[in-house]
Write a protein that binds this ligand. Structure first.
Ligand code: F7E
Length: 331
């Protein structure tokens, strides 16, 4: 039998899904990437995988148990990474039911598919769940950074749905002995980030302003702080969790919080400008309830997995701004 491992990634077209696919293919895995059926393909991050013989797109949906079961049985995975989600917190108030179904119940459907497959095939399938710092929600600004023991106080339909999934993963681990891990990831960004998220919205705007294509940037609440890391560092952490002998839950973060104003400062400085000359606040980007401050302690991941973030905040911002300048110049 071949020793080549197989992984199934849901949400493969997203930022994390595509970085993880690249990472696993580099390690010699066969990768199945689940995407939703759509008349217009959304493969901006995964176009380059279409010609890779070790990579296969499969169609499925977190709302359709039948499709999840079929994909698990078809791919015979050693590892399943559940990265599919309605991932934009801001929209979770507009579509709370869809968010709850995809991010909450969808995870239960996938856990059941994996459990059933494992029982039929007498094989251990390791399961990774994309949990999130949004589950911590209301943290004290400047207080201790959150770790695996910190109380959860989610503030959005997104965070609440993810918390349901978090507990289901723990419950399936405790009830059925599934090798299932929650990666509690703080904000992580990259040049593949969707344009609606604040970091990419800023890097794209800075590039446009620099090239004379835009003259202002409208943002919501500027009084927020986040623990921002670089996504390619974080996908390695996901993989490391599944290489252990026993499953557990881990925080991945940088242990540093920066304000949105500091992000703006850093991004506009890349092109020698002052953000105060371009940024205006707009009610439309404010949220009904805000998470003002997030900072995570990755001590456990460092001790047990040997994981730590490799890319600094300044490097991350520079990568994103320069990438957007290059993309616009090409266009
Ligand atoms: O907002 C504020 C906004 O949408 C960051 C997802 O990956 O990380 C991400 O969720 C902050 C918020 O990310 C704008 O109110 C101000 O406080 O980039 P974001 P997020 O909500 O932190 C967590 C860990 C996840 O799990 C999520 O899937 O920035 N903000 N003005 C703005 N945000 C946006 N998007 N747009 C603005 O104009």
């Amino acid at each position: 039998m071949s020793s080549q491992k197989t992984a199934l990634i849901t949400g493969v077209n997203g930022m994390d899904g595509s970085h993880l696919a690249d990472f696993l293919l580099n390690k010699g895995y066969v990768v199945y990437g689940m995407e939703r059926r759509s008349s217009v393909k959304n493969r901006i991050n995964t176009k380059h995988l279409e010609s890779n013989d070790n990579f296969h797109f499969v169609i499925g949906d977190m709302s359709d148990s039948e499709s999840l079961r079929n994909i698990v049985y078809l791919s015979h995975p050693d590892e399943v990474y559940n990265l599919a989600a309605q991932s934009f917190v801001g929209s979770s108030w507009a579509i709370p039911l869809e968010t709850s179904d995809t991010n909450g119940l969808g995870v239960l459907r996938l856990l059941n598919a994996v459990k059933q497959y494992q029982e039929h095939n007498d094989k251990v399938v390791k399961f990774y769940q994309a949990s999130t710092s949004e589950m911590f929600g209301l943290m004290e600004k400047g207080g201790s950074s959150a770790n695996e023991q910190t109380v959860f106080l989610p503030r959005s339909p997104y965070g609440i749905a993810k918390l349901y999934a978090y507990w289901m993963v723990r419950n399936y681990r405790e009830s059925y002995g599934l090798f299932a891990c929650n990666g509690i990831l703080f904000n992580h960004e990259s040049e593949r980030r969707g344009i609606e998220f604040v970091t990419r919205k800023i890097s794209d705007a800075v590039a446009r302003i620099h090239l004379g294509m835009q003259d202002k940037l409208l943002l919501g609440n500027l009084e927020v702080w986040r623990d921002w890391g670089y996504a390619p560092d974080y996908v390695e952490g996901m993989w490391l969790m599944l290489q252990q002998d026993t499953p557990s839950d881990y925080v991945l973060a940088t242990n540093e919080a920066y304000s949105l104003e500091q992000f703006l400062d850093c991004a506009f400085k890349v092109v020698g400008l002052d953000w105060r000359d371009y940024v205006e606040q707009d009610e439309r980007y404010m949220r009904p309830a805000e998470v003002p401050y997030l900072r995570g302690n990755y001590g456990l991941a460092n001790d047990k997995l040997g994981w730590k973030p490799k890319t600094s905040f300044e490097e991350l911002v520079e990568i994103m701004v320069n990438n957007d300048i290059n993309l616009l110049r090409k266009d």
